[in-house]
Design a protein around this ligand. Structure first.
Ligand SMILES: [Zn+2]
Length: 330
């Protein structure tokens, strides 16, 4: 599927707005693309840039996606399309200076330029002022695309110059579709999609060995509790603790652990439920029959309550041991 078709499916409202503006040649000079991670903001910016420089535009006046210019833009290799991304924790004034230098080299290929500022909420006051002063100078066609997942943190001086465009959060089936289209196998894509809407995050997990290790440890804990797995208390000490040492890591482990119980609960409730942990399908189907709905919701409550307790100063290992005893009904 082409980028445009993909975006049309993910963000129909946004895409209709932009398609109409492009068709009528009425794009505004600046937009603030705002919405949670993984909602297609960057790809929309890319598509907009392609629509301006495409050499083989469609009847609708939008990008073909495969001509020389479309390809160069997709590969971040077009002299008139510039990206500004945070260097560490912020977008620094030196980066803006460097960009200004580059932008003032006139007549690269055309009068049109596109500037995409990713994580615009990370602009410092100085770098924002410097950039705004520059873009206010009459410099011909410049399309500004500011991107943010935290619109509340974008400086008002920036916001006031831009037209906001909101990107809706993706539904679970859409996330799954996006992840699988990016080449992630279905079994893993289901788990990632239940934890995040961000393709970038999912791809990070896909590369990290730590994620599979965490998943294996979580499944082993479950098997130890309800089947012929390792003794849960020993497993906590030997495997869980080294993997999920600090509170944030342990919270993530519990999040993964919950997915198994959620599947078990939904399987108890209905037969045509689409599972998340398809790798454990047989075991969970069996457990949905073996344990009452009440037992399963009690387990979910116990895990959630352990997760909340992580915020207090309780020792992580002690907390996990108490959870195990609770789940064993002791
Ligand atoms: Zn093209």
């Amino acid at each position: 599927m082409g980028l445009q078709a993909e975006l049309m499916e993910l963000q129909p409202v946004v895409m209709h707005l932009f398609s109409k503006s492009i068709r009528e040649n009425r794009l505004s000079h600046g937009y603030l693309l705002e919405g949670a991670k993984g909602t297609g903001k960057k790809r929309t910016a890319l598509w907009l840039a392609q629509s301006l420089f495409c050499l083989e535009k469609t009847d609708e006046n939008s990008a073909c996606g495969h001509c020389v210019n479309c390809t160069r833009i997709a590969n971040d290799n077009h002299p008139d399309v510039h990206w500004l991304i945070p260097d560490g924790a912020s977008i620094k004034i030196d980066q803006v200076r460097e960009l200004k230098n580059e932008l003032s080299k006139r007549g690269m290929e055309s009068d049109q330029k596109v500037l995409i500022i990713d994580e615009a909420d990370k602009m410092t006051v100085q770098s924002a002022n410097s950039l705004l002063k520059f873009i206010e100078e009459p410099d011909g066609g410049m399309l500004l695309l500011f991107i943010t997942a935290s619109p509340g943190k974008v400086l008002p001086t920036i916001k006031s110059r831009l037209q906001p465009v909101s990107f809706k959060e993706l539904s679970y089936p859409n996330r799954l579709k996006v992840f699988m289209a990016a080449g992630i196998g279905e079994q893993k894509a289901r788990i990632y999609a239940s934890l995040t809407g961000s393709l970038t995050k999912a791809q990070e997990w896909e590369k990290e060995e730590a994620f599979s290790e965490a998943r294996t440890a979580v499944v082993k804990l479950y098997e130890g509790l309800y089947h012929n797995g390792p003794s849960p208390l020993i497993h906590i000490q030997d495997t869980w603790m080294p993997l999920f040492k600090d509170k944030a890591a342990c919270a993530f482990g519990l999040e993964l652990f919950l997915l198994l119980f959620r599947d078990r609960m939904h399987l108890s409730l209905s037969e045509d439920y689409e599972m998340v942990c398809t790798g454990q399908m047989e075991m969970l189907k069996q457990d949905a029959l073996r344990y009452s709905l009440k037992e399963t919701t009690n387990a979910i409550e116990a895990v959630l309550s352990a997760k909340t307790k992580l915020d207090s100063n309780m020792n992580v290992q002690l907390l996990m041991e108490q959870l195990v005893l609770k789940l064993q009904g002791r």
